[in-house]
Write a protein that binds this ligand. Structure first.
Ligand SMILES: *[C@@H]1O[C@H](CO)[C@@H](O)[C@H](O)[C@H]1NC(C)=O
Ligand SMILES: *[C@@H]1O[C@H](CO)[C@@H](O)[C@H](O)[C@H]1NC(C)=O
Ligand SMILES: *[C@@H]1O[C@H](CO)[C@@H](O)[C@H](O)[C@H]1NC(C)=O
Length: 519
């Protein structure tokens, strides 16, 4: 009896302490979970709010992504290099936030961004388009879009992997593979394609290994991986974003654009990267007339679909008949109507067979690539290779690491055999001008369309040869768990309208969900 009270006291104390400890543990776990949950899938807007309320620092956020890259990248291979200066840049953003008036900073200030590895950074990171041929090369300056990101205070987190040379070395598939980081994996189904060539940007965004990212597109390279990884990808009007300092395929078609988890994130990135660049003067000057006063954010309207005329070309859907895409799109058409859009059905795109024979496009690109790549390589401060011929020779010397016997370099060899802008290339240019005029431009104008609606990235060639913009938004998942997207394409400079449409659709459907990393 005598011992009872102390024992009871002791017990209750032990219990209380245990309880306290477990509560503390529980609380810590809950906190960690709350943080993990809120940082995963967090938008730039969410993150800025958390910065502003002193709930999060840019350093903590950068560490979160660096940890995720450490943990997930050995499997997914979406990142080639992380920036050794990323935490320094985050600290600088944290210091600046304390002294600058609230609301005076860019939407990307302190936000970690991943860059496709064909976008030059003049820092400790390499810019190699995924190839060992460019490892150790020194670029003359930041790419135009990177200079803008730095000025906005974004944290350059690292370089994303890609289909090597933006998939212009070989014509065989092998999307998502580059020599420097191996085969990238689709986080939604590790056996499925990532698509490309901006595969690493897509993988990393899907798996939350960064807040936002940049990809590049010549024909499908933003739209396709965005579709396959449940992302929003904006392929801007040609010249709206500078190609200065981007390893080229062809200045006639190359664009740089955002790949993100939401329309709002992609638009925040677009607002920062658009504009004139003396290193891509002609195209950026011409396209700068399209940039709206006050930027693109004003077009994030929840009722953005109201009154929009959306065209449907049946031939683009015939390709998908009997697949989950068909079913999903039937329901999406209803949603679009319910949100106030007018669907203009049963349209035909003239010369579709000619466009999709790729004859003019491929002839032109082959010649343009050789000229553009040689110029890029000659402008480097230091480089192991100075011409396409050097790169081909490098590959032959390093057959094993570059998988030359398996994957080949047929597009390189064909390009090397071209002789500048000759009669055939000029005829190809004329053909593409005709295809744009009689095809997409006529279809859009005659039917007074705001956008053409198509599944996945099937429309990318139509947009590519005309320098037209397109936005991919998540639209569903197939029976293997692989995502697919819906694309809204429009005439040059129609980003404001496309953003209203894309945002309206996204807000009405909210289809994106994070991946499960299953085979
Ligand atoms: C860039 O490549 C060099 C090898 O040439 C390597 O030592 C360096 O670590 C790379 N930079 C980064 C940030 O990984
Ligand atoms: C351009 O189109 C014409 C047909 O109108 C065709 O004969 C010619 O081969 C095309 N040029 C190229 C480079 O594909
Ligand atoms: C992934 O795709 C393969 C087909 O490529 C399929 O057999 C498998 O069931 C899919 N996995 C999941 C988790 O859906």
């Amino acid at each position: 009896m005598a011992t009872e009270p102390p024992l009871a006291f002791l017990q209750s104390r032990v219990l209380r302490i245990l309880l306290a400890i477990s509560l503390l543990v529980l609380q810590t776990v809950a906190l960690a979970q709350a943080q993990a949950v809120s940082l995963e899938e967090a938008t730039a807007h969410d993150l800025q709010l958390a910065f502003g309320q002193n709930k999060l620092t840019s350093r903590q956020l950068t560490k979160f992504y660096l940890n995720r890259i450490r943990r997930l990248n050995p499997l997914l291979r979406g990142v080639i290099e992380v920036n050794p200066d990323a935490l320094c840049q985050a600290d600088r953003a944290d210091r600046e936030r304390k002294v600058k008036p609230y609301g005076s900073l860019s939407a990307l200030h302190g936000i970690p961004i991943l860059l496709k590895d064909n976008i030059a950074t003049k820092d400790k990171m390499n810019t190699t388009a995924g190839s060992f041929a460019l490892l150790g090369s020194v670029v003359p300056r930041d790419a135009g879009v990177v200079a803008r990101l730095r000025r906005a205070g974004a944290v350059l987190l690292g370089k994303a992997s890609l289909s090597e040379w933006a998939h212009y070395r070989f014509s065989s598939d092998h999307s998502g593979w580059c020599a420097r980081s191996g085969q990238g994996k689709n986080p939604y189904n590790l056996s499925a394609t990532t698509c490309g060539s901006s595969s690493g940007s897509a993988i990393s965004m899907a798996a939350n290994m960064g807040a936002v990212s940049l990809g590049t597109e010549t024909d499908g390279s933003i739209l396709c991986p965005s579709s396959f990884n449940s992302l929003v990808g904006i392929k801007p009007t040609l010249g709206l974003t500078s190609r200065g300092g981007v390893v080229p395929i062809t200045p006639r078609q190359d664009t740089v654009g955002p790949m993100c988890r939401t329309v709002a994130d992609a638009v925040n990135v677009l607002d920062v990267i658009v504009g004139f660049d003396p290193y891509d003067a002609k195209a950026t000057r011409e396209a700068s007339k399209y940039i709206p006063r006050g930027g693109y954010k004003q077009f994030l309207k929840a009722d953005g679909l109201k009154g929009k005329r959306l065209g449907i070309v049946k031939a683009f859907f015939d390709f998908y008949s009997g697949t989950p895409v068909t079913k999903a799109f039937e329901s999406h058409f209803n949603t679009l109507r319910k949100q106030g859009a007018v669907l203009v059905d049963h349209l035909e795109l003239a010369n579709m067979n000619e466009i999709y024979s790729y004859s003019s496009e491929s002839v032109a690109i082959s010649a343009e690539f050789k000229l553009a790549l040689n110029t890029y390589l000659q402008d480097l401060v230091v480089s192991p290779v100075r011409s396409l011929a050097d790169v081909i020779a490098f590959n032959n010397k390093h057959k094993h690491v570059e998988k030359i016997d398996e994957y080949g370099q047929d597009l390189f060899i064909a390009a090397q055999a071209t002789n500048g802008i000759d009669k055939t290339v000029k005829s190809a240019w004329q053909n593409m001008t005709r295809l744009n005029r009689d095809g997409f431009e006529k279809l859009m104008r005659q039917n007074k369309l705001d956008a053409l609606v198509t599944p996945e990235n099937i429309v990318s060639t139509v947009l590519a040869i005309g320098g037209f913009p397109g936005i991919n938004v998540p639209a569903g998942y197939d029976e293997d768990g692989v995502p697919f997207g819906i694309c809204f394409g429009g005439l040059r400079g129609s980003e404001p309208t496309l953003i209203e449409i894309a945002y309206g659709f996204e807000q009405a459907t909210k289809i994106r969900r994070p991946p499960t990393f299953l085979r």
